[in-house]
Design a protein around this ligand. Structure first.
Ligand SMILES: Cc1ncc(COP(=O)(O)O)c(C=O)c1O
Length: 349
């Protein structure tokens, strides 16, 4: 299948127009020279609709399209208090006249009298915000489960009153959201073809895995030789990989295509996320400084900084051969540079 055929398939689905596509793809000359590779950047951070774009807008085009098709009045979603996905969902809802409701886990406790980063933007856009604090003796996973339960109970109450709600999981990692990155891969392939560049590697930061599953599915449909390297930004248990294979395959089924993905289509690397989610790492800080000082571009400490740290390490350790054509997917998130200092670490001093 080629890019145009994939775009035709996606064209049959409901879609809200939120972003500005294609997002730019171009070469980073200084870092290419320093790293001894041909380094290209795909600017998903430039996706629109506001100044604070990111990879979620591409997913939200289909999610919000689906919500409107279902006649939804409210859109619920979940994440950390500094969630990029939650903030971009609020933007999308406001543009499309839907009411956003957020259930947010306080992994880093916000100062509710001095809101920062995405939480500040959520508040300015008037989202209904429910902050779930982690209780003493409760694990993060348990608190997350409680957050989802509270959200579902809220939906049940509203539906009993006759309202229609659309429920989006964390990161927009549903079948509908994942479809966005099948299109994202097709778009990238078309740009590389136009530039006459044979992509060898695509690096990106991996969280809930919707971006990864969509990219992997797009790659498989196109039969591209480019290797996708997904740098984890959080701990994932054993079942995660198989659940992402299934998410990719279910998305292909939803598009009326044979489910062709296997575990071999996913290359996840969990060597770069420690000390943990929303906790700054030495490698991430170095990667952010390097991108900022060499190219005048801003990454973030939670996602894209750690993703880029993985790329740098792969080059330095020879896992990526000199002279390779490497694409870095800038997934956004720079609002975290204005978040709590626990998230920023050494960058803020
Ligand atoms: C800036 C940024 N990069 C990468 C990701 C990871 O995307 P996904 O959740 O689809 O794995 C996210 C998700 O929240 C993000 O906000």
């Amino acid at each position: 299948m080629n890019s145009e055929q994939i775009e035709k398939l996606l064209g049959k689905k409901d879609r809200a127009s939120l972003g500005f596509y294609p997002t730019p793809l171009y070469k980073l000359e200084h870092l290419s020279k320093d790293l001894g590779i041909h380094l290209y950047i795909k600017r998903e951070d430039f996706s629109g609709q506001s100044l604070f774009g990111g990879n979620k807008i591409r997913k939200l085009e289909y999610l919000i399209g689906d919500a409107k098709r279902q006649g939804a009045e409210y859109v619920f979603t979940y994440g950390a208090t500094q969630s990029n996905h939650a903030m971009q969902t609020v933007e999308a809802c406001r543009k499309e006249g839907l009411k956003p409701v957020l259930y947010l886990l306080a992994i880093v406790e916000p100062d509710e009298k001095n809101l920062k980063g995405n939480l500040l933007l959520d508040k300015i856009m008037g989202a209904e915000i429910h902050i779930i604090k982690i209780n003493e003796g409760e694990s993060e996973a348990e608190a997350e489960g409680r957050m989802y339960r509270l959200g579902k109970e809220h939906i049940t109450r509203l539906e009993a009153e006759g309202h229609t709600c659309y429920d989006i999981p964390m990161g927009g990692a549903s079948i509908v959201g994942t479809a966005g990155f099948i299109g994202g891969f097709a778009e990238l392939q078309r740009q590389l073809d136009q530039m006459k560049v044979r992509g060898d590697y695509l690096f990106h930061a991996n969280g809930t895995g919707g971006t990864m599953a969509g990219l992997a599915a797009g790659r498989k449909l196109i039969d591209s030789h480019m290797k996708i390297v997904s740098i984890d930004v959080m701990f994932h248990d054993e079942s995660y990989k198989m659940s992402r294979v299934q998410l990719g395959n279910d998305t292909l089924r939803w598009l009326g295509v044979e489910p062709v993905l296997t575990a071999d289509d996913f290359n996840m690397d969990s060597s770069y996320y420690l000390p943990g989610y929303e906790m700054p790492s030495k490698g991430g800080t170095e990667a952010i400084k390097m991108m900022a000082e060499k190219e005048g571009l801003l990454l973030d400490p939670v996602y894209s900084g750690k993703g880029f740290a993985g790329l740098i390490d792969y080059v330095r350790t020879g896992k990526v051969a000199p002279g390779s054509n490497v694409v870095f997917l800038h997934t956004g998130g720079a609002t975290a540079l204005f978040a709590e200092k626990e998230i920023l670490g050494e960058l803020s001093v």
